[in-house]
Write a protein that binds this ligand. Sequence first.
Ligand SMILES: [Zn+2]
Length: 70
Amino acid sequence: MYNSRKKPQDDIPEEITPIWSCTSESCNGWMRDNFSFSTEPSCPQCQSPMVKGEKKLAVLVNTSPRQTKK
Ligand SMILES: [Zn+2]
């Protein structure tokens, strides 16, 4: 009875996701474009300006039903 084991990570679907990426070459900071910035954000790591781009990321699932919550 090993059916209850977690599935491997590669079972997570991926999609091209809009992101902001840091313009500093010495920094690889980036963030998801989930927050609808009205202005261009600054890198949280080095405060450099960020440019919009794309990245292939695992799909975020916000609706995760929790059977037990304590
Ligand atoms: Zn940065």
